[in-house]
Design a protein around this ligand. Structure first.
Ligand SMILES: [Zn+2]
Ligand SMILES: [Zn+2]
Ligand SMILES: [Zn+2]
Length: 116
């Protein structure tokens, strides 16, 4: 039941065929950076470039961004991860290749975590 292909999901199709790259809003979750929150993993909005935290993070800001903005598709903003996800259809796409500038080159930690 978990079809990896974007067939039937116009949101993932649109994200997969986009020609312009989105510009990530920054090296961390927008809301957590403002509020001093912490996150586990980061997600990138494929509509506006909002960087938000994943559902394993206390803030769940990527999901909240979808509910607030209706921007349907995110991709992982973690190094080496290329998957995309459509919120309205609850569909994963295994490979939603990053356009130039979209991929995270490393994992970004919250500012007050111990840095290496
Ligand atoms: Zn969709
Ligand atoms: Zn957050
Ligand atoms: Zn957005």
């Amino acid at each position: 039941m978990n079809a990896p292909a974007p067939e039937g999901c116009s949101h993932l199709e649109a994200a997969d065929s986009r020609t312009a790259a989105v510009v990530p809003s920054g090296h961390g979750c927008v809301e957590c950076l403002k509020a001093g929150g912490v996150w586990v993993h980061l997600r990138l909005c494929m509509t506006c470039g909002h960087v938000g935290c994943c559902d394993n993070s206390p803030g769940k800001h990527a999901t909240k961004h979808f509910h607030g903005s209706a921007h349907p598709v995110i991709r992982s903003y973690e190094p080496g991860e290329d998957w995309g996800y459509c919120y309205p259809d609850e569909l994963f796409l295994e490979e939603l290749p990053a356009r130039p500038g979209e991929a995270a080159t490393r994992h970004y930690d919250p500012p007050h975590h111990t840095r290496k």
